[in-house]
Ligand binder design. Structure first.
Ligand code: HEC
Length: 140
């Protein structure tokens, strides 16, 4: 049931992404596209959190933090099976949890700070992904 709800949320979020993102790459394998679409929903939720922070809408902040936590627990999240990816995912989940707790306590400063923590985790994991891809890429 919870999984169903998650899937529903992902689909809704995907539709939102499709509505806002221009210029999707047309030629991609289905699998890759699915993961990308799934992963892109993080961006939507993080934008919704920022919206919530600016409007002081704590319910929205907590809701979208929760959605990010659920995404990170989905099987589709496990793109890499390295220790580092696992740790970065755990760090991300911790930050998202902090964000949700601050929102539930209606602590705007705490939520703003936690949001920065979440954003840093986005950037750090993506930097790691680029490093891994760089290593794996065939020599020119
Ligand atoms: C623990 C690692 C990790 C964290 C943390 C993480 N991501 Fe990702 N993200 C991935 C992986 C893996 C992919 C899919 C593979 C790829 O695109 O290289 C991805 C893909 C994406 C994509 C799609 C990229 C594309 O090429 O279309 C976006 C956008 C994105 N992430 C945004 C975010 C945002 C925003 C956050 C923070 C709220 C975040 N990510 C946090 C691992 C992570």
């Amino acid at each position: 049931m919870r999984r169903l709800l998650t899937r529903g949320a992902v689909i809704v979020a995907c539709m939102a992404v499709l509505a806002t993102v221009i210029g999707q790459e047309p030629k991609e394998e289905e699998g890759t596209k699915d993961v990308k679409a799934f992963m892109r929903t993080k961006l939507v939720h993080s934008q919704r959190v920022l919206e919530g922070l600016t409007l002081e809408d704590f319910d929205a902040i907590a809701r979208h933090a929760q959605q990010m936590a659920l995404l990170s627990q989905d099987a589709s999240w496990n793109v890499l099976e390295t220790q580092e990816y696992y740790e970065r995912s755990a760090d991300f989940r911790r930050s998202v949890q902090e964000l949700k707790l601050a929102a539930q306590k209606k602590n705007l400063d705490g939520a703003a700070l936690a949001y920065m923590g979440v954003t840093l985790k986005c950037i750090e994991c993506h930097r790691y992904l680029r490093q891994v891809q760089h290593v794996e890429a065939p020599a020119p």
